[in-house]
Design a protein around this ligand. Structure first.
Ligand SMILES: [Fe+2]
Length: 197
């Protein structure tokens, strides 16, 4: 049984994202994916396989929605600015500079109809920006999302209406970069466990 993870920051204190926006997003939308995943797992456990295709499609949709939202909420509540340490070093190494990475990430965000993701990819041990529609269309099997930008309208419409670019600016002001850096550290320190292809 998966549980809804509580927000680790004060929803009143985000910079440019309102309490109403973030709590509805968390309590209504994210929680529904957790509930959906639990319902599917429960049906599978009971051996209810009559609608297996629908179940499996929904398992991917809800499970991916759960994981990506936990990544997203997990690195909000920070001070924004720029990353440092191992993360900055890796961005420079894989994209030439932070600015070049950000330019590509923002372009990726304009292309995605679900999420823009900064991922650590086990296939080459490098960082990549990936665009995903819904929660799972465009997923790369060898990649772990270390930063997730939710581009669904439910993430910003209360605050910004159709002005998605203003929401993305606000998102960057609230990133907790040390949390993203820690996730990268976890990935790179596990390279010895990298699966073989
Ligand atoms: Fe969302």
């Amino acid at each position: 049984m998966h549980k809804v993870k509580a927000l680790k920051f004060n929803p009143d204190k985000l910079n440019g994202i309102s309490k109403k926006q973030i709590t509805l997003h968390h309590d209504r939308h994210y929680a529904s994916y957790v509930k959906g995943k639990n319902n599917i797992e429960s049906a599978l456990k009971k051996g209810k396989l009559e609608h297996i295709r629908e179940l499996k499609k929904n398992e991917s949709h809800n499970g991916s929605g759960m994981v990506l939202h936990e990544t997203y909420f997990g690195h909000l509540g920070g001070k924004g600015g720029k990353p440092s340490g191992i993360l900055m070093k890796k961005l420079k190494s894989d994209f030439d500079s932070y600015e070049k990475w950000k330019k590509e990430f923002l372009a990726t965000a304009s292309a995605g109809r679900g999420w823009a993701l900064l991922c650590y990819d086990w296939s080459d041990n490098k960082l990549h920006n990936y665009a995903v529609d819904f929660h799972d269309e465009g997923a790369v099997w060898s990649a772990i999302p270390i930063m997730a930008l939710d581009l669904w309208e439910h993430a910003y419409y209360i605050d910004y209406g159709p002005n998605k670019s203003k929401y993305i600016e606000a998102f960057f002001k609230n990133i907790d970069w040390p949390v993203v850096g820690k996730k990268l550290q976890e990935c790179t320190s596990s390279v010895a466990l990298k699966p073989r292809y």
